[in-house]
Design a protein around this ligand. Structure first.
Ligand code: SF4
Ligand code: SF4
Length: 412
């Protein structure tokens, strides 16, 4: 696997510390090893054999959300996130993987369909159902609050409707396929209104990002190959999940060595677009836009890390929301990570919750009735904190608000 040119990056960090000011993890932990600069130094020491892998080193390297806030501000263009991914790949090959890590990489992330089925059964048997403004959630043992997992994949339930290969492939990603079916419906409604009939293959599965983030590049590459081959004939591959989109568009290129594979990945990456980039803006008009469920129009927008810094999508969703008649109230830090970070929120629960609390504080301070975002992972994470805090904020996907207006127009 050609994850990263580590040598090239090793020389770039001048230890200025600018990255420390934006790292949500360092903001909580306040130890140099938890800062992007400290992590970069650790990776250098590991790759130069000046340091042997230890529990403490692994802990610091696992304490990263891959939010790329550090990369965005680094004056020397150091890709700390990629250095960390490369280090995780090497460390995962070392003996002494913890039991939880082995289960996550070899069982949960390698077989996401089976994992979601199991999750659904656990919710039914051990969960307490919580009805919130943001959908159905379950409180599980150890006080985990998780969204309802559907009995059937969305792509499976629509296999006879959207099976025809068209120019517009729709890659749902696990969370939309197994959980956020309304988001899938609303995205389809917007695509159809924009004159694009989507192709939604029922065989689609995980994009590979969870496996990659744990250092399991073999599983990630296998999952990447499957996605690329499913959408080979499409001109555009639409996503409504910033994390999946960023994986398809950028991280796939890190997984393959051969020139043939790399060319295939490059062609594929060019086709990947977020849903807000392909909707025809003319179908969104203020006179047809819906209000939020409580009758108000105030909305704040959370920038998913991978959608803003990965796919470069940030202004577009805001413009569409304003065009749809919503009163956009900005947070102080709309692009600060929500604290999910894939397996980060399982491995570093207290830290993750502390970071999410800062996000919901910021959301509340806007006074907006609704928070919209473009990643179902952020949605679930923010909504679970909103439920914990007994707050009334409604958490939705951007397309839910945009399509609400569309439905009103259809109803006349
Ligand atoms: S990674 Fe970049 S921002 Fe951080 S200390 Fe090094 S040069 Fe400075
Ligand atoms: S990617 Fe995010 S969490 Fe990781 S070191 Fe950089 S700023 Fe910190």
């Amino acid at each position: 696997m050609m994850l990263f040119n580590q040598e090239e990056n090793d020389t770039l960090c001048v230890k200025c510390g600018k990255c420390r000011s934006v790292c949500p993890v360092f903001d909580e932990v306040r130890e140099e090893g938890a800062s992007p600069r400290g992590k970069t130094a650790l990776v250098q020491a590991l790759s130069g054999h000046m340091l042997a892998p230890s529990r403490r080193t692994k802990k610091f390297l696992s304490e990263c959300l891959l939010c790329t806030a550090c990369t965005e501000v680094c004056p020397n263009g150091v890709h700390t996130d990629l250095l960390i991914l490369a280090a995780r790949e090497q460390l995962s090959a070392c003996a002494g993987q913890r039991f939880t890590e082995t289960v996550l990489t070899k069982v949960v992330f390698a077989n996401t369909a089976a994992s979601f089925k199991l999750g659904s059964a656990v919710e039914a048997v051990a969960g307490e159902k919580l009805d919130s403004g943001s959908g159905v959630f379950y409180r599980l043992p150890a006080d985990y609050i998780v969204p309802e997992i559907r009995g059937k994949k969305f792509s499976e339930s629509k296999k006879n409707t959207y099976a025809r290969r068209t120019a517009t492939g729709f890659f749902l990603g696990c969370l939309i396929d197994f959980i956020n079916h309304e988001t899938a419906e609303d995205a389809i409604a917007l695509l159809l209104a924009s004159g694009k009939t989507p192709f939604i293959p029922a065989q689609q599965a995980c994009c590979g990002l969870p496996a990659l983030s744990m250092g399991d590049t073999k599983t990630a590459a296998r999952q990447a190959r499957a996605v690329i081959s499913l959408f080979e004939t499409a001109d555009t591959v639409v996503t409504a999940c910033g994390s999946c989109g960023s994986m398809l568009k950028h991280y796939y290129a890190l997984l393959f060595d051969s020139p043939g594979d790399r060319e295939k990945v490059r062609t594929f990456a060019e086709k990947v677009k977020d849903i807000t980039e392909v909707i025809d803006p003319d179908v969104i008009r203020p006179d047809i836009a819906g209000q939020a469920a409580d009758g108000t129009r105030s909305v704040t927008y959370h920038d998913p890390c991978h959608l803003k810094r990965g796919m470069g999508v940030s202004r577009g969703p805001r413009q569409l929301l304003e065009q749809a008649g919503y009163d956009l109230r900005e947070m102080e830090n709309p692009d600060r990570c929500c604290g999910l970070g894939g397996a980060f929120h399982i491995k570093h629960r207290a830290l993750s919750l502390a970071i999410t609390r800062k996000k919901t504080d910021d959301i509340r301070s806007t006074g907006a009735a609704t928070v919209a975002t473009g990643c179902p992972g952020c949605m679930a994470n923010i909504a679970s904190m909103v439920i914990r805090e007994h707050s009334r904020v409604n958490v939705v996907h951007t397309v839910n608000l945009l399509a609400a207006g569309l439905k009103k127009q259809v109803r006349g």
